[in-house]
Design a protein around this ligand. Structure first.
Ligand SMILES: Nc1nc2c(ncn2[C@@H]2O[C@H](COP(=O)(O)OP(=O)(O)OP(=O)(O)O)[C@@H](O)[C@H]2O)c(=O)[nH]1
Ligand SMILES: [Mg+2]
Length: 455
């Protein structure tokens, strides 16, 4: 995983809290020292580190423990909240047709990331073209062409052309019907006037929905300075931090970029085309700490509690989970994203099993599918809803024609249902999670024993 040593030290600190019989000033001071050491080792800025750890110490010593928590969990919660401040605010990112321009200095990972982003969109069913606007570096054309081939995206470039503006203009025109256009621009050694002019010009021509700054995590805190400088010369909509897998300095890059206020959109975690993640600070931190995505879990559980009656949860946890239960739950969830949030919050706690089984794509699109699926389910008989495994052949055809969708949609619904059912089974098999969920629904503050959950 990324930031291995930081993760290890922070997890040790949390374990120490969990193991201690008493939370006193001495323990708080010890933990704060360990946090300081861990953050500085990960290249987090000294004053930021001190600010965070001083806050932890002050809050831990002064804040009264809420009634529904205990001193250990309260301390962990404070640590979590203070660390989260380092990572900045999440930016909402909708997967939809878009033009993206990638900018950055030499060797930061622009071309590789262009391929990864292409793959990411293609996984969601979009038609993607990569446009070779790096007309400066020898071999840039071939490199992007090769990247396009490897992910199966379309490619546009004009071999030997020196004017990147012309390439972009022609590429966008030729591929105007493609859903997603990703423009790979050329780098420089430093942000100079020729780079600023080039990307400003391309920006004017392409009018991209996203201008993504690519920054190499191994430059550590320097990433913050670069983000600031780029932001001043072109409107950056998000930052993609690459090579987080290969450096202990990742904490420096992440925190310094977050401090500039530029949102971190993606992180690169390896050289392969699938080594990329959408960056969500809370999820990233929870995973780093090995405690499951409990921030999201708590928020989702609270919403869930309001949206869903106890019956559905009981049913879900006790064995019966047919299409009918799925329909009821979906029906009660009028808040977009709730379902995804709830399940997304469980994976670490379930030892990673849920997460791996649950294809991201399913969740990202689940909101859009929801409407469609409900229409399809409305065309099913009660018996079919109760016995989804029996829906085959001519039944699929009848349901499809009754709902106005095609048989693939019906089959997808059944496939997704099976996935959710497996997840529910997974959760059911893990009594710890179940009791944790129940506690959450009763409004408890924190899972009792975080270190155990993360095993
Ligand atoms: N380990 C690791 N390597 C990466 C990652 N992203 C990119 N790289 C590597 O970084 C090197 C440079 O990547 P490029 O994509 O060519 O960088 P660039 O910004 O396009 O470079 P120029 O076009 O020369 O400006 C390559 O060897 C990539 O394999 C990452 O997330 N993890
Ligand atoms: Mg390149």
């Amino acid at each position: 995983m990324v930031l291995d040593s930081l993760a290890k030290s922070l997890r040790e600190a949390l374990k120490k809290i969990n193991r201690s019989s008493l939370v006193d000033d001495r323990l708080v001071e010890e933990i704060v020292k360990e946090m300081q050491r861990a953050l500085l080792m990960a290249d987090v800025d000294v004053s930021l580190t001190l600010n965070i750890t001083n806050n932890v110490e002050k809050r831990a010593k002064e804040e009264p423990v809420p009634k529904n928590s205990n001193p250990r969990n309260h301390l962990i919660k404070i640590i979590y909240e203070e660390l989260l401040r380092i990572l900045g605010k999440p930016r909402e990112f909708h997967i939809k047709p878009a033009t993206l321009m990638l900018v950055g200095l030499y060797g930061q990972g622009k071309t590789t990331s262009a391929g990864k982003i292409a793959k990411f969109y293609m996984k969601h069913g979009y038609k993607v073209v990569l446009i070779a606007a790096d007309t400066q570096r020898v071999g840039a054309y071939e490199q992007l062409e090769q990247v396009s081939t490897s992910v199966g995206a379309s490619f546009f470039g004009i071999y030997g052309e020196k004017d990147s503006r012309k390439v972009v203009k022609e590429g966008l025109e030729k591929f105007k019907d493609w859903d997603v256009k990703i423009i790979d621009t050329s780098g420089r050694n430093a942000i100079d006037s020729s780079l600023t002019k080039e990307i400003t010009d391309i920006n004017g021509i392409a009018k991209p929905d996203e201008v993504v700054l690519i920054l190499d995590a191994t430059i550590g805190q320097q990433a913050g300075k670069q983000a600031k400088a780029f932001n001043e010369s072109v409107r950056i909509t998000g930052v993609y931090i690459t090579k987080l897998d290969g450096t202990a300095k990742g904490g420096g890059a992440l925190s310094a970029v977050a401090a500039t206020g530029a949102p971190i959109l993606f992180i690169g975690t390896g050289e392969h085309m699938e080594d990329m993640e959408y960056f969500n600070p809370a999820r990233f931190l929870s995973r780093l700490l090995g405690m499951g995505d409990f921030e999201t879990l708590m928020a989702a559980a609270k919403e869930f509690q309001n949206e869903i009656d106890e019956n559905s949860i009981e049913k879900m946890s006790q064995g019966k989970f047919t299409l009918k239960e799925m329909y009821d739950i979906w029906d009660q969830m009028n808040k977009p994203g709730l379902f995804k949030k709830l399940f997304d919050s469980l994976p670490m706690a379930a030892g990673g099993a849920v997460r791996k089984d649950a294809d991201d794509q399913f969740f990202d699109e689940s909101e859009n599918k929801l409407k469609k699926y409900k229409v399809i389910m409305d065309s099913m008989t009660y018996w079919e809803m109760e016995n989804p495994d029996e829906i085959k052949g001519s039944r699929v055809e009848r349901i499809a024609s009754g709902s106005g969708y095609n048989t693939t949609d019906v089959k997808n619904l059944l496939k997704d249902y099976k996935r959710v059912k497996d997840m529910v089974k997974n959760i059911r098999g893990n009594r710890k999670i179940l009791s944790m969920m129940k506690k959450q629904f009763k409004g408890a503050n924190l899972p009792e024993d975080l270190s155990n959950l993360s095993q």
